[in-house]
Design a protein around this ligand. Structure first.
Ligand code: NIG
Ligand code: FE
Length: 402
């Protein structure tokens, strides 16, 4: 059934903005007193409300009262929200100035979340994930990528991926899963990095394919996790199996983004440590550069060079990295707004990074802009000027319109 939604004080369709590189707010096409004509969850037209009404006089109207600014739903292309337990102890130690090593020695770090997640059953994990997805949805995030990576052995990784599949059926948010079995070599695996990756490749990836649990593979390339050489072998093999590749790259030391570009990854995420060489490499590739301000805020470290990436011509997306360790807050809009003040990203660049550019990182081409034929997943902020949204730094809460 056709439906006309509106009127909205402003609509930002985000169409006509480049997929890569720097943008200008002047290029944002703002439709005043706009409406959206939808049918079966898809957009038919976005235009002036009165014109749409005149052209469709008998159509059902979903009336929006009061000032609202309409945007596409946000796409969070990097989270780890399928976990059990808490790492509040890590955070308390970190803000006392304790190092990564000291925290790990005290029983913290990724391994702590692995232990707590392994101990939870599939139903518990499903419910915890469902609640986090619903919170995200209420904050305007209509598409959420969710990684495994707190199982680190076949059955526990499968439990996480199955929980993601189940939660996806329960929430209205769109969930996209990713296998991050290569998060670190688990402490209870007695073998080398290469042996662990080979075990994952032979024991886990075929089951994932068979059960169609995900078509995305991630790896953490870092001194504390996997080196570039082993990562490249694993990722190339996964790619040959038909998986899309994404990489945790250049978080503390460089090397991950080079691997990501080499294997043709859909995205290289983190990039806090990326220097000019890596920035240039990413800008000249089809790999989306994903920055994660929530991890910088959680760890108290520098932001990724978002401004430099955009100026070099990269496709820049902004994601939350919501996870129990380095990024416990998970408020994507707040994080993007706060980072934009430090990095000097304009409104168009922030909104692009939260919508169609982030959708590209997930290889999704049916969302992130408001145009005919796209999914009608939208959010409306209670204000009369789109600039209020970043100005209020995440404190304005949207109306979700599906
Ligand atoms: O993206 N960098 C590696 N992994 C996560 C942290 C996960 C954790 O600490 O549990 C991240 O920041
Ligand atoms: Fe991450």
């Amino acid at each position: 059934m056709k439906k006309l939604i509106g009127p909205f004080t402003q609509i930002l369709p985000l169409t006509g903005l480049a997929l890569k590189g720097a943008l200008r707010d002047d290029d944002l096409q703002v439709i005043p007193q706009g409406g959206v004509l939808v049918e079966n969850g898809l957009i038919l037209a976005v235009d002036d409300f009165e014109s749409l009404h005149k052209a469709n006089p008998s159509v059902q109207i979903q009336e929006i009262t009061g000032d609202h600014v309409l945007l596409p739903g946000f796409v969070d292309c990097h989270t780890h929200i399928c976990f059990a337990g808490t790492r509040a102890k890590d955070y308390a130690m970190r803000i006392q100035g304790k190092t990564y090593l000291e925290i790990a020695k005290a029983g913290g770090g990724i391994w702590d979340s692995v232990t707590q997640t392994r101990a939870a059953d599939e139903e518990t994990l499903t419910q915890l994930l469902f609640q986090r997805a619903e919170r995200h949805l209420a904050e305007g995030v209509t598409t959420i990528e969710v990684k495994s990576g707190y199982g680190l052995e076949t059955q526990s990784e499968l439990k996480q991926l199955r929980a993601i599949a189940k939660a996806a059926k329960e929430t209205k948010a769109g969930l996209v899963s990713t296998c991050l079995a290569a998060h670190m070599v688990p402490r209870d695996f007695s073998g080398t990095q290469a042996e662990y990756l080979s075990y994952v490749f032979h024991d886990l990836l075929p089951v994932i394919k068979n059960e169609n649990l995900t078509n995305r593979i991630d790896i953490f390339i870092e001194e504390s996790a996997f080196d570039a050489e082993n990562a490249l072998i694993y990722l190339n093999r996964a790619k040959q199996m038909g998986f899309d590749i994404t990489v945790h790259a250049d978080q503390f030391t460089t090397s991950g983004s080079v691997v990501a570009v080499k294997v043709g990854a859909v995205s290289a995420d983190h990039l806090e440590a990326s220097k000019n060489a890596e920035i240039k490499l990413l800008a000249n590739s089809d790999t989306v550069a994903v920055v994660l301000p929530g991890a910088s805020l959680g760890l108290g470290m520098q932001y990724s060079p978002a401004r430099k990436l955009l100026d070099a011509g990269a496709c820049l997306a902004i994601a939350s990295d919501w996870n129990p360790g380095s990024a416990p807050m998970g408020d994507l809009l707040m994080q993007a707004a706060v980072m934009s003040a430090a990095e000097k990203l304009n409104t168009a660049e922030v909104f692009a990074g939260l919508t169609y550019r982030a959708a590209k990182a997930l290889n999704l081409h049916d969302r992130g802009i408001l145009a005919s034929g796209m999914r009608a997943d939208m959010q409306a902020y209670p204000c009369n000027d789109y600039r209020e949204i970043l100005y209020q730094q995440g404190k304005l809460k949207p109306l979700i319109i599906y």
